[in-house]
Write a protein that binds this ligand. Structure first.
Ligand code: XIL
Length: 319
């Protein structure tokens, strides 16, 4: 896929999210990843809860191993992610913010985390989600009031962005969000957030649009909506990454394939859209527990048990 893309857009990246465990254990997966993708996003290995499970301690092994794979295979790496409410270790989530003094100590702890992590990876990341999923879940347009917010206030993205820039001025910075890939209040809020951040000294280069399509009945992304979205961010001088596409196949594999093709096609034909990443390679490793504790098997990626799905062929035809 990456080679096909490079024929008309040499700088465009076709990426996939991966975890180290399956990659190290499954030759089919490693083959499909390396043959097709020019960029890799660590699925969980660079989240705060993975990098610093205890305050002041850092565990870089898994992330470093993924970086080694990427570098051996000539793949770019997209870092994911610095400020993310959902994936903080307990110590970070619970930093005290009651008094001025506590906020000041907590600010030092958060900024120490950013500096240590970004310095560790400096020079090895092409781009980085400095803020992930800033807004309230379920289509909200207000910032989640996480520890970053409680310590630094509503302008915390400025603080994160500047701290990242201080440690690595060359990494391209993104704010990544779901539900902002079609025009509407949430997209407006994302645009405003990024423009405000940059107006106050931030260094955000663009936005990541996740495009998880869990239900083709309700979440379909149309070419018109996505094209309009890309124009909106381009007109504001921002780049766009399509950052986490996966499409459930419960409406059938043809509908799934068509949705994949629409998303990639629209992105690939917009200069503002610099890369497209799918959230995983093979359905085999796409499993999750629901609230009742039942295990579900995903059917939403380009490969299934080492074989390309119709969505793979559809994506290939776009390029
Ligand atoms: C998901 C991973 O895929 C899972 O393995 C993990 O258990 C939870 O997080 N949006 C994001 C990603 O930005 O970090 C999430 O990744 C998927 C939704």
């Amino acid at each position: 896929l990456q080679a096909l893309a490079a024929r008309s857009r040499p700088d465009f990246l076709v990426g996939a999210a991966v975890a180290l465990g399956p990659l190290a254990a499954d030759e089919d997966l490693a083959r499909d990843l390396v043959r097709n993708f020019g960029a890799l996003t660590p699925e969980n290995a660079m989240k705060p809860q993975a990098l610093s499970p205890r305050q002041g301690e850092y565990t870089f092994q898994e992330a470093d191993a993924l970086l080694d794979v990427a570098e051996r295979k000539g793949m770019a790496v997209h870092g994911h992610t610095i400020a993310f409410s959902e994936a903080m270790p307990r110590w970070m989530r619970d930093l005290p913010t009651g008094s001025e003094q506590e906020r000041s100590a907590s600010a030092d702890a958060l900024l120490g985390y950013v500096s240590t992590v970004v310095t560790h990876f400096r020079g090895r990341l092409a781009s980085l989600d400095v803020v992930n999923e800033p807004f309230d879940v379920d289509q909200g347009t207000e910032l989640q009031e996480n520890v970053w917010y409680r310590v630094f206030g509503a302008s915390y993205p400025v603080v994160v962005s500047r701290a990242v820039h201080d440690a690595d001025p060359d990494v391209r910075q993104f704010v990544n969000e779901n539900g902002a890939d079609v025009p509407g209040p949430r997209q407006d809020a994302l645009l405003r957030l990024v423009l405000d951040t940059n107006a106050h000294g931030g260094h955000i280069d663009g936005v990541g649009l996740q495009t998880h399509v869990y239900d083709l009945d309700t979440d379909t992304v149309t070419a018109d909506d996505l094209a309009q979205t890309l124009d909106t961010f381009a007109d504001a001088g921002l780049l766009v990454r399509i950052s986490e596409t996966d499409v459930d196949d419960s409406e059938g594999q043809d509908a799934q394939a068509e949705q994949y093709a629409t998303i990639l096609d629209t992105c690939f034909h917009s200069d503002a859209c610099v890369s497209w990443t799918t959230w995983g390679v093979d359905d085999r490793y796409d499993r999750w527990l629901d609230d009742a504790g039942d295990l579900h098997q995903g059917h939403d990626l380009l490969f299934s048990d080492g074989e390309p799905t119709p969505a793979y062929d559809a994506v290939r035809r776009v390029l």
